[in-house]
Design a protein around this ligand. Structure first.
Ligand SMILES: [Zn+2]
Length: 290
């Protein structure tokens, strides 16, 4: 029911956008849902977005079929942590319907599926850029989103034949990085926080300090700015695919043999060395020597 309503709301949004009425709608949701939760959930549709982008990218208008078409489904990728280093480990994966503690995710957002990778870490832990890139978005989503930033990575910066975006959420504070700022792989860009989780039904008053890492990709460097960044004609990407390397497409990853779905994570060590040498993408936390 919710899905059908979401599709309907999306269709109305597109119609209004085509009619040029999109900017007059303000921040109130078309579907009458509360604003703020999960970022720009209720932001009006944008004329530049393909219709199925709305069902795939707006958390509260989620349409599972649109999500699937845009790569938002479980790929089966699992991390293989380095034997020679101790890395902070993920506990909730892409498209999981449960949180790290095993509880069911709220179906209010993306139909209950997880849009990224959760890595619990003590508050204040430095987060590093997974690849060279440019700061293209900074936002404070309220609700479950908290404070977040988005980097855009050119194809030559990651080795993927596409423009890749990485989003880092629940940050302790807004990083002091201007839009357009170039960052280097392994550079500290933010600190782990629990913004957006405190007082939520899921995490309670104490909140949950963790990094939520999202990844998307698209054929062009164009994106829709606004409260929530959306790559134009973009696709969801299992964040673990970043570290495994191409392909980026969930449908291609899903078909890989099981052994190919467990790829060792490249990382930056406490001594500053990148392992393996020459890697263009690293785990978002520095790993300590064992
Ligand atoms: Zn998450």
């Amino acid at each position: 029911m919710r899905t059908r309503l979401a599709v309907l709301a999306g269709a109305i949004g597109v119609a209004l956008a085509l009619a040029g009425g999109v900017h007059a709608q303000g921040k109130k949701g078309m579907a009458g849902e509360d604003a703020g939760a999960a970022g720009a959930a209720s932001e009006p549709a944008d004329g530049e977005l393909a219709p199925d982008m709305i069902g795939a990218f707006f958390p509260q208008r989620a349409d599972v079929e649109a999500m699937r078409r845009r790569g938002f489904f479980a790929t089966g990728l699992r991390p293989l942590y380095p034997a020679d280093a101790k890395c902070l480990e993920a506990n909730s994966f892409f498209a999981d319907s449960t949180r790290g503690d095993g509880s069911a995710r709220s179906t209010r957002f993306y139909a209950g599926y997880h849009g990224g990778l959760d890595i619990p870490a003590p508050e204040g832990t430095p987060i590093v850029a997974v690849a060279d890139g440019t700061v293209v978005h900074k936002g404070e989503g309220g609700g479950i989103g908290g404070i977040g930033i988005v980097l855009r990575h050119a194809p030559e910066e990651t080795g993927f034949p596409a423009w890749v975006y990485t989003e880092y959420k629940h940050l302790r504070e807004m990083p002091d990085l201007d839009l357009g700022r170039q960052v280097k792989m392994g550079e500290v860009i933010a600190r782990v926080g629990k913004t957006g989780t405190v007082g939520s039904r899921a995490y309670g008053a104490a909140g949950h300090a963790h990094l939520h890492l999202t990844a998307w990709y698209g054929a062009s460097d164009k994106y829709r700015p606004g409260r929530m960044l959306i790559p134009l004609d973009g696709y969801w990407m299992d964040p673990l695919a970043l570290f495994r390397g191409p392909p980026a497409a969930s449908g291609e990853i899903e078909k890989l043999p099981e052994h190919a779905k467990k790829a060792p994570l490249p990382y930056k060590g406490a001594d500053g060395r990148v392992v393996p040498e020459g890697a263009r993408v690293v785990w978002p936390f520095v790993c300590e020597k064992r």
